[in-house]
Design a protein around this ligand. Structure first.
Ligand SMILES: *[C@@H]1O[C@H](CO)[C@@H](O)[C@H](O)[C@H]1NC(C)=O
Length: 114
């Protein structure tokens, strides 16, 4: 209980430190104004996770050790697959009882291009 509170505080501080000073001051009433001022500089990169590198898992499926019944699917919130890739199961890591998902090109079906 105490520990999770501490983690939460650390996380909050970390996020706050990453937000530029002028954005932190913005409240909901000013948001409209803020948006109109910053559409050119912030819209592309600010609120989207980056694209996962090839070796970076995009998700995990935690399963029960013996039955391998999937109990929980976890997606990586730090990065996502690009539009041309799918997040698919690539590894079965029995040491952590989870299927590991990686981004893989989604062009295997009938999307041949020339
Ligand atoms: C997790 O994802 C798999 C594959 O997409 C699906 O079959 C399963 O029902 C999901 N399980 C949960 C708990 O979301």
């Amino acid at each position: 209980m105490k520990q999770s509170l501490i983690v939460l505080f650390v996380l909050c501080g970390f996020v706050a430190a990453m937000v530029p000073r002028d954005r932190r001051a913005v409240n909901t009433e000013d948001e409209e104004l803020f948006k109109s001022q910053s559409t050119t500089m912030a819209s592309d990169t600010a609120n989207q996770p980056m694209i996962c590198a090839k070796q970076t898992p995009c998700g995990w499926s935690i399963y029960r050790p013996i039955s391998k019944y999937i109990e929980m699917n976890i997606t990586n919130t730090y990065c996502i697959c690009s539009a041309t890739e799918n997040c698919v199961v690539t590894d079965d890591d029995s040491t952590i009882n989870a299927y590991i998902h990686h981004c893989r090109p989604a062009d295997h079906e009938d999307t041949e291009q020339s």
